[in-house]
Design a protein around this ligand. Structure first.
Ligand code: ATP
Ligand code: MG
Length: 183
């Protein structure tokens, strides 16, 4: 599976429709301070199901919606679309009958988030599981946030262990065990 395109609309500083084509291999995002590089990475995490506002540097999830600027009014919703190439057929069951996948997440003020996969309504959990099983995902150590390396170096042993468990791919097991114990 390959990310091929990210589209943002009203997400943080990306008030106008913005498309980012993602070629195979390494992608670099460069630009002056405050131009929106971190916002792009956050959009990618968000469309994969990130649900912690702090991971979006906000107090509440609606803070991802364009908040307005001197010459532009605030928006009522934010939408991010992620396109994936699945010609290698590595998407998990349920998503694996198509060459291309399109995941959409939209948040509307006072109405929360809604997801679609290939045009059909989906649950947050379906989208999170799609990416968890594909070993990417909002919490994946494959995405390294700004400042995260120095956090790792300065972390207390317990916190560092949590990060290493995430990197080893075993933190999902704790989640599944927790869910199993509740049943
Ligand atoms: P740096 O190089 O300093 O890390 P960056 O390119 O990563 O900068 P970002 O942190 O992605 O920049 O973007 C910050 C900009 O996004 C700020 O100008 C901030 O005002 C704007 N921004 C964040 N949230 C919103 C929002 N909800 N509505 C409008 N603008 C927003
Ligand atoms: Mg940044």
């Amino acid at each position: 599976m390959q990310f091929t395109k990210l589209r943002l609309l009203g997400f943080k500083s990306f008030v106008d429709p913005t498309e980012l084509h993602i070629a195979p291999g390494l992608t670099g995002v460069v630009g002056p301070n405050g131009c929106g590089k971190s916002n792009l990475l956050e959009a990618l995490r968000w469309v994969m199901g990130e649900n912690r506002p702090t991971a979006m540097r906000g107090g509440g999830m609606e803070d991802v919606i364009f908040a307005g600027a001197a010459s532009r009014p605030a928006r009522n919703y934010a939408e991010v679309t992620l396109h994936l190439d699945n010609t290698d057929r590595l998407a998990p069951a349920g998503f694996n009958d198509q060459d291309n996948l399109e995941i959409v997440r939209r948040i509307t003020r006072d109405a929360g988030s809604a997801y679609k996969t290939n045009g059909k309504e989906a649950r947050a959990r379906d989208v999170q599981m799609l990416f968890a099983d594909a070993s990417t995902g909002a919490h994946s150590p494959a995405l390294v946030r700004q400042g995260q390396i120095s956090e790792l170096i300065n972390a207390k042993p317990k916190a560092r262990r949590r990060i290493l468990e995430e990197a080893a791919g075993i933190s999902g097991l704790y989640q599944r065990r927790h869910e199993a114990e509740l049943k």
